[in-house]
Design a protein around this ligand. Structure first.
Ligand code: IPE
Ligand code: IPE
Ligand code: MG
Length: 258
């Protein structure tokens, strides 16, 4: 199975002076990953899906270490979508249990590695206890600067956009905002990701090639890399391959390079 299923782009040319961001050769500031394939990994081994999700947590650990070693500043991981609530109650309970375990047993290690945790998504849907544990994890790591780790939990891009539109409409209705003055930056301040850089590189594992409602606004100009590896098998070598693929991409942002 090929490691990379995406086409390799020709090497980047020298960018024109008015291109708004660094060329692809610079390392990505922000890498976002759709961690997919836990169920297929388990099925291939004849073990319960929970075993696949557990192996997925181990891959998260490896990936955080690899991202720090590679000098990535921001890492966003899609762990649970707003549509994943459609899964059987038993699987949802297993995933909640894994999240609880992760916060209880891995947060200290993350914190000592210099990781600052952020959560995007409708965390309250996990219940008051888990929502409070997530808020505490964010507060406990707020001073860390080595890696900003964003966990997308009960996250959906469409729900996020609707919530932003609702907040803006409310503000305008109350006379606190002139609709004509709203610009892209002003809109983005109403997203869960307010203050965070947009992803430069978006990776999806397991061979699926879709966004599944992930970072619809933020990924407007992300470079997409689809890998055939199942998430529980993901490791430093796969991150390195995706970074190499990214380095060969020419990022134009609609402008012309020469
Ligand atoms: C990703 O693996 C984890 C979550 C969505 C929670 P899946 O559980 O989607 O695994 P597949 O796609 O069925 O293999
Ligand atoms: C996307 O994977 C969500 C996460 C990885 C958390 P899914 O497995 O839920 O996506 P679909 O259903 O195949 O699009
Ligand atoms: Mg899946």
């Amino acid at each position: 199975m090929a490691l990379l299923s995406s086409r390799r782009a020709p090497s980047a040319a020298v960018p024109a002076a008015d291109v708004p961001a660094a060329p692809g050769r610079a390392p990505p500031r922000h890498v976002a990953i759709i961690m997919d394939g836990n169920g297929r990994w388990a099925a291939a081994r004849g073990v319960p899906r929970l075993a696949g999700h557990r192996a997925g947590v181990a891959a998260v650990r490896r990936t955080v270490e690899a991202a720090i070693a590679a000098g990535v500043g921001w890492l966003t991981l899609y762990a649970f979508s707003s549509e994943n609530w459609r899964r059987p109650q038993e699987e949802i309970a297993d995933l909640k249990g894994l999240l609880r375990h992760y916060l209880a047993h891995e947060l200290a290690e993350l914190a000592s590695a210099g990781v600052r945790l952020h959560v995007i998504g409708e965390r309250e849907r996990f219940g008051a206890e888990l929502a409070a544990a997530l808020a505490a994890a964010e507060a406990d790591t707020v001073a860390n600067t080595r890696l900003d780790l964003v966990m997308a939990l009960s996250y959906g891009g469409r729900a996020e956009l609707v919530a932003a539109a609702r907040a803006i409409a409310r503000q305008a209705g109350a006379g606190g905002l002139d609709p004509a003055a709203l610009d892209e930056a002003g809109f983005a301040r109403h997203l869960f990701t307010a203050g965070m850089p947009d992803p430069d590189l978006l990776i999806r594992t397991s061979g699926e090639r879709r966004l599944s409602n992930f970072l619809l606004w933020q990924a407007a100009y992300a470079e997409l890399v689809f890998l055939d590896v199942l998430w529980p098998d993901f490791g430093a070598e796969h991150l390195a391959a995706a970074l190499a693929e990214y380095a060969g991409r020419e990022r134009r942002f609609g402008a012309r390079l020469g």
